[in-house]
Write a protein that binds this ligand. Structure first.
Ligand SMILES: [Ca+2]
Ligand SMILES: [Ca+2]
Length: 152
């Protein structure tokens, strides 16, 4: 119920402004000034990031920079217990994690023992295990995903 109220409130803000601040279907969050949208399509990491890029200029897989942003995406934007790709990856150099939107890697929420690179895991999904933290995963696994773009 609480989540529903938050969603309704956020969507209302979006609609009041004529949906000009976010691309269609995205949820605006005033705390960051960004818009977010969950896609249940199962895509590889690279395909998911490319898909985000087709929706709006400078739209990428979501970067996450705080516990509150992590929770907002999980509870409001996604609202279910699926794994979903976020933009964090160490494709360029193992152990050197970067965001696909080029924002600074200043905060992380790895699950216990992660990232472990067990199966050449260079991409990251959220909502892992009971702690709902992050796990590095092989980039060719197909998962749902969250896109993020700066509001207008
Ligand atoms: Ca890795
Ligand atoms: Ca892992």
């Amino acid at each position: 119920m609480k989540t529903l109220l938050i969603v309704t409130c956020v969507l209302s803000i979006n609609l009041v402004l004529g949906q000009e601040i976010c691309p269609s279907g995205f949820v605006y969050w005033d705390k960051t000034g960004y818009c977010y949208r969950y896609f249940s399509n199962l895509l590889t990491f690279n395909d998911a990031d490319s898909y985000c890029g087709t929706l709006a200029a400078a739209c990428s897989l979501a970067s996450i920079h705080s516990l509150s942003e992590d929770g907002f995406i999980r509870d409001v934007v996604v609202g279910m217990s699926n794994y979903y790709w976020i933009g964090l990856n160490d494709i360029g150099w193992n152990g050197d994690f970067v965001w696909t939107d080029h924002s600074s890697f200043v905060w992380s929420n790895w699950g216990c023992g992660e990232p472990n690179n067990t199966n050449q895991e260079d991409c990251t999904h959220a909502n892992f295990g009971l702690s709902h933290r992050w796990n590095d995963e092989n980039c060719s696994v197909r998962l749902s995903f969250v896109c993020k773009v700066l509001a207008n």
